[in-house]
Design a protein around this ligand. Structure first.
Ligand code: KIV
Length: 269
């Protein structure tokens, strides 16, 4: 288990980890008990993801999630969080217009978020710049962005063809120049994720993007073996071998930090 007495993790900590080549961890959490457990297990960053629409609320997608839902769960997590950097998702269509984005970001930051996460592409650059000028750090989620499931026609690996790989490469350049603080890359081929991580100074968190990203994220229920049907390829159950929940979280942290997760069977090539 990593040292839970460490100082609070900031964006600067993640920057330093990237420079030093040290991997970092992220898990989703939606309540005070998991937040406390993640602090005990030494998880570096907590994401209050809009995945809560599926795993907490039971919807078929993340689209029905409201800003107030994320704010409520962010406040629950924040009350017991003493160490992890707290990221909160901006839900579907809550940032399509600048004024809406500012209102949603205000709600989430005042609920305890330290970074907000937006799904999209290069087109988010002007919004990232406005939010950051107003004191709101931004994480941009690229690749398989679940809020666009209806555009993609399903939850499919992205960036497989030359044109979409080029679009992702351009997006990373443009969004870095706009001041993006973190990236999440979801479900893209491992070589592309490796190249994108290598070309940017911004820390990159991967899910289904291979082991070369700077950090790894999973939905907490997935890595505790609680999922509906067959888990996605990138998921590993860490609640095995008689571990407690905190030990399972710590086993995830150890596996990410020592480079044994994700393994080849969790990657797309
Ligand atoms: O909502 C979420 O949980 C996410 C992660 C899967 C990255 O966006």
């Amino acid at each position: 288990m990593t040292d839970p007495q460490n100082k609070p993790v900031t964006l600067q900590t993640l920057q330093r980890y990237k420079t030093e080549g040290r991997k970092f961890t992220c898990l989703t959490a939606y309540d005070a008990s998991f937040s406390r457990a993640m602090n005990q297990a030494g998880i570096d960053t907590i994401l209050v993801g809009d995945s809560l629409g599926m795993v907490i609320q039971g919807h078929a997608s993340t689209l029905p999630v409201q800003p107030q839902d994320i704010a409520y769960h962010t406040a629950c997590v924040a009350r017991t969080n003493q160490r992890s950097l707290l990221i909160a998702d901006m839900p579907f269509l809550s940032y399509a217009a600048e004024q809406d984005a500012i209102s949603t970001a205000r709600l989430l930051m005042q609920a305890g978020a330290q970074v907000i996460k937006l799904e999209g592409g290069a087109w988010l650059a002007p919004l990232v710049s406005v939010l950051r000028k107003n004191g709101v750090p931004c994480c941009v989620h690229l690749g398989l962005t679940p809020q666009s499931v209806n555009v993609f026609g399903g939850y499919k690996v992205q960036g497989r063809d030359e044109q979409s790989a080029e679009q992702l490469t351009e997006a990373v350049k443009i969004l870095e120049a706009a001041g993006t603080d973190l990236f999440v890359l979801e479900c893209i081929p491992r070589p592309l994720a490796k190249a994108l991580t290598g070309m940017t100074r911004v820390p990159v968190i991967g899910i289904g993007a291979g082991p070369e990203t700077d950090g790894q994220v999973l939905v907490v229920y997935d890595m505790l073996g609680l999922h509906d049907g067959k888990p996605a390829r990138f998921v590993k159950n860490f609640l095995t071998d008689g571990r407690s929940v905190v030990q399972a979280l710590a086993a995830f942290a150890d596996a990410v930090k020592n480079g044994t997760f994700p393994a080849a069977e969790h990657c797309f090539d």
